[in-house]
Design a protein around this ligand. Structure first.
Ligand code: ARG
Ligand code: ZN
Length: 849
């Protein structure tokens, strides 16, 4: 196993420039021929020397330079053509290789899914297709010819010509190889068209298998809204005659922004009310937007090297979050995003896999498509925007598109446009990109002679390889409320730049209640000694919807922590405060549903660990159930009326208003089942006419120890539907009782339809295994063993997904000595496995370091 890291400091430009690429594909499952003509020239800005091309698993058939056959023997990772064999002027290098897409289970490069050919080239898949400088700073114009009996033949750019058994595509925009895509299959299109602001007609197609064409309407609608939004909000127009999306069943990630030919995991395209939940619809809208937005942030302006990944991903996540907020509710979206950030990114940042938003070394780049790069990368942009303001942000972005269009850029370039557009020095701010870890901000308050003083102190915990850190620039949005609930100081952004800093508010008549970190203005942990009364006050009165929710959340966590650690009773005050929010009809149902969602078990484990306790998963589980039971008692009288008032009128619509009602109604159903043992959920399941309600009722039944008949009925109805059956698998694992989890997983994994080579199915069961906190961490260690067994089984077939799933182990340092030893033993067993992939090897190694 090679574990040599690639380092940012070693960056060198490529020896040559590559102006144009001509590719011919003769597709065959076992023996596809790829002919490549690379139009190369020495790079005056390059280091000179040999020409090194990447290539993996390619059988070289022929190689020629300017028409003259060349002798060259590839090594395991590519091909070197010695400097003395290279002309000092432009030349054409031709190669022919053979590859076998049918045997490609890693789903990287050219592979087959359900009988169709498709590609995934980011990050380094193109080198499994042909010999090529597979690095994002080499940008070329592509001409592609596909020869195949498949009826639909697609590649990037615009169609040029086609005939029986062939098609040709031309992409006028220079691009790196990671944005290359090819699809060949027996597909049908859901089509529409879009006219850009400047009048260009764009043909839109979503390509799916026969029978799925009726499930594309929401994805298409989302695409059209995304295109319009990017014109209106960022002034960015689409730049080709066609925009194609293809849905594939076997896909390692969510989706991919290949130029003019996005390829999607089918679960992020296909939806009907009967088969998809509200959450699925929301995700489809967000990911369609995300991939579309990459056309400018990622494709027109790409990354110089993979260390700059957050340049495109952080910015594109930020943009898709803005879009979703505009389409739905900013308040609800922000709460959901922060919940996800804490659950995935804070968890990563506080453990052995912590890394900077711009890392400076990696072994396998696929291991760095993380919550830190994506979600913290987006948070950093949100902070920049808060610091420079709306107008500054807009000026900086306009300058970015202007200055760097057609380039492969860096984080330095990105920060410079903000400096040039706003005159602000971002030297200190840059630490957000280069230093890992979640800052903790300690708050102390002082009130004397009409002056309210907030003192903020930042602490920067050490992370692997980064023991010491400099003070960050932390925008802390603050508002002050009068004791009667009126806002006396509207939201103001305090800039914390020193290790400790005080901020004074003068001219106040009475001691105010501070609402701090409004809108979650920075990705930090706020440490504040606040009484339950003050939290309840903010829950009732804060004008900032995020902090209103946050106050309830903090209150719930305090109460739950005391129940777990001290065996305390549920707090009456919390129950009363939460009940008021739940029943407040002036509030958005979606917001009320979020307020009713109790802190998760993994979240509580992290919180207890941070507070110096050793979390006991079984106690957390029991206390959380007790808390839900008490809340159900508190609301018992109100639940029937609440739920009846939330009935949706008219046909199903996946919009935010209906989704919010369903979410609150199903939260009510879950509480009701704590009182009636699941009787109402049985009725709700029987009456459900959409997947959101069916799945919610099923989950409630499983939590109540029922649901066998419903599971059987669900299976009988949906047996042939892969995406729906993924839900059937997953719900059983997520809601298995802790002591039953291992046997539930074992039973499910022996079924014939547990197609573990399909990443969606693998995640539905093995991913859910790790998400069932009390079950996964059961003292027997059976959950750990099962996960390691499956990682070792998947690794030789699909190292990327195996490595990703291994992050379930990243929280081991939180737990007691016995659990730590059990998990470390599994990680060591993984490390010792013969033939372990670089992907999983890097992850296990970092977790054990
Ligand atoms: N660029 C894609 C997106 O976020 C992700 C593709 C990553 N794939 C991978 N194998 N690393 O939209
Ligand atoms: Zn992306």
């Amino acid at each position: 196993m090679t574990q040599t890291p690639v380092k940012l400091v070693d960056y060198q430009p490529f020896s040559h420039v590559l102006n144009r690429v001509e590719l011919t594909f003769r597709l065959a499952p076992q023996a596809t021929r790829v002919l490549a003509r690379l139009h190369l020239a020495p790079n005056p800005a390059g280091p000179g020397g040999d020409l090194r091309l990447d290539g993996e698993g390619l059988r070289l058939i022929a190689l020629a330079l300017d028409g003259v056959a060349l002798e060259a023997t590839p090594d395991a990772t590519g091909l070197t053509i010695a400097a003395q064999a290279l002309p000092d002027a432009p030349f054409v290098l031709e190669s022919e290789v053979e590859i076998a897409p049918e045997g490609n289970t890693a789903l990287e490069g050219l592979y087959m899914s359900g009988g169709m050919y498709c590609t995934q080239c980011e990050a380094e898949g193109f080198r499994k297709i042909t010999f090529y400088p597979d690095r994002p700073d080499v940008m070329a114009r592509f001409d592609v010819r596909i020869e195949s009996e498949m009826p639909v033949l697609l590649s990037n750019g615009n169609p040029v010509a086609a005939g029986p058994g062939w098609a040709e595509w031309h992409d006028p925009w220079p691009k790196p190889a990671y944005l290359f895509a090819l699809v060949a299959g027996d597909l049908v299109a859901h089509s529409a068209s879009f006219t850009t602001a400047s009048g260009r007609e764009v043909a839109l197609n979503i390509w799916v298998r026969q029978g799925d064409e009726g499930r594309c309407a929401y994805a298409m609608d989302s695409l059209i809204r995304s295109m319009r939004w990017d014109e209106q909000v960022y002034g960015r127009e689409y730049d080709l005659d066609v925009f194609n999306i293809v849905a594939v069943d076997d896909f390692n990630m969510g989706a991919m922004e290949n130029k003019g030919l996005n390829i999607f995991n089918s679960k992020l395209v296909l939806a009907t009310p009967e088969t998809a939940t509200d959450t699925d619809y929301e995700r489809i809208e967000a990911v369609i937007a995300h991939e579309y937005f990459h056309n400018w942030t990622g494709n027109r302006i790409t990354c110089r090297d993979w260390f700059q990944l957050c340049l495109k991903e952080g910015l594109t996540v930020f943009r898709d979050q803005q879009f979703s907020g505009d389409m739905r509710s900013h308040a609800v979206k922000r709460i959901e995003d922060v919940l996800a950030l804490r659950a995935r990114q804070f968890r990563e940042d506080g453990g052995p896999l912590a890394h900077a938003v711009r890392p400076d070394a990696y072994v396998e780049i696929n291991n760095f498509y993380t919550a830190t790069i994506y979600e913290k990368g987006a948070e950093v942009i949100g902070m920049l925007k808060a610091l420079v303001g709306e107008a500054g942000y807009k000026a900086a972005l306009d300058l970015y598109f202007d200055r760097h269009d057609g380039q492969a850029a860096t984080i330095e370039d990105w920060l410079r446009v903000f400096e040039d557009a706003t005159g602000r020095d971002l030297t200190q701010f840059k630490r957000w990109y280069t230093e890992a870890g979640t800052p903790r901000v300690k708050v102390t308050e002082d009130w004397a002679e009409g002056v309210f003083t907030l003192t903020l102190q930042q602490e920067l915990p050490p992370t692997p390889g980064q023991p010491d850190k400099g003070a960050k620039v932390i925008p802390v949005a603050v508002g002050l409320l009068n004791p009667n609930g009126d806002e006396v100081v509207p939201t103001t952004v305090l800039e914390l730049v020193e290790p400790v800093q005080s901020f004074r508010f003068e001219g106040l008549a009475a001691r105010p209640v501070a609402s701090i970190l409004r809108g979650f203005s920075a990705p930090v942990v706020l440490e504040r000694n606040v009484s339950a009364q003050e939290r309840a006050f903010l829950l009732a009165h804060d004008t900032d919807p995020f902090n209103k929710w946050e106050a309830g959340r903090a209150l719930a966590k305090d109460v739950l922590a005391r129940m777990i650690v001290e065996g305390a009773e549920v707090s009456r005050d919390w129950l009363a405060a939460l009940a008021r929010v739940a029943l407040d009809e002036s509030l958005d149902p979606a917001f009320r549903a979020l307020a009713l969602r109790l802190p998760g078990e993994d979240d509580m484990a992290a919180t207890l660990h941070d507070a110096g306790h050793v979390p006991d998963p079984a106690r957390i589980h029991a206390a959380r159930r007790a808390m839900a039971g008490a809340l159900a008692q508190e609301l018992a009288g109100a639940l029937p009326g609440l739920m009846a008032g939330l009935a949706v009128q008219g046909p199903f619509a996946p919009d935010a208003a209906q989704a919010g009602k369903r979410a609150l109604r199903n939260a009510g159903l879950a509480l009701l089942s704590r009182l009636d043992g699941g009787a109402a959920a049985e009725a709700a399941y029987a009456q459900a006419d959409n997947m959101t309600d069916s799945l919610a009722a099923l989950a409630v039944l499983l939590e109540a120890g029922r649901g066998a008949a419903e599971l059987a009925g669900f299976e009988a109805r949906w047996a042939g539907e892969r995406l729906v059956m993924d839900k059937w698998f997953m719900v059983q694992v997520l809601h298995a009782a802790p002591q039953d989890l291992a046997s539930v997983v074992e039973r499910l994994t022996t079924r014939a339809d547990f197609d573990w080579k399909n990443p969606n199915r693998f995640r539905a069961v093995i991913g859910a295994l790790a998400a069932n906190h009390a079950g996964f961490h059961h003292a027997s260690g059976a959950g750990y063993r099962l996960l390691a067994d499956w990682l070792l089984r998947l690794d030789p077939k699909n190292p990327q997904t195996a490595a990703r799933m291994s992050t379930a182990f990243e929280t081991w340092p939180r737990y007691d000595a016995d659990r730590q030893a059990l998990i470390r033993a599994e990680l060591e067993r993984i490390m010792a496995a013969p033939g372990l992939s670089r992907d999983l090897g890097e992850m296990a190694g970092r977790m054990l370091a």
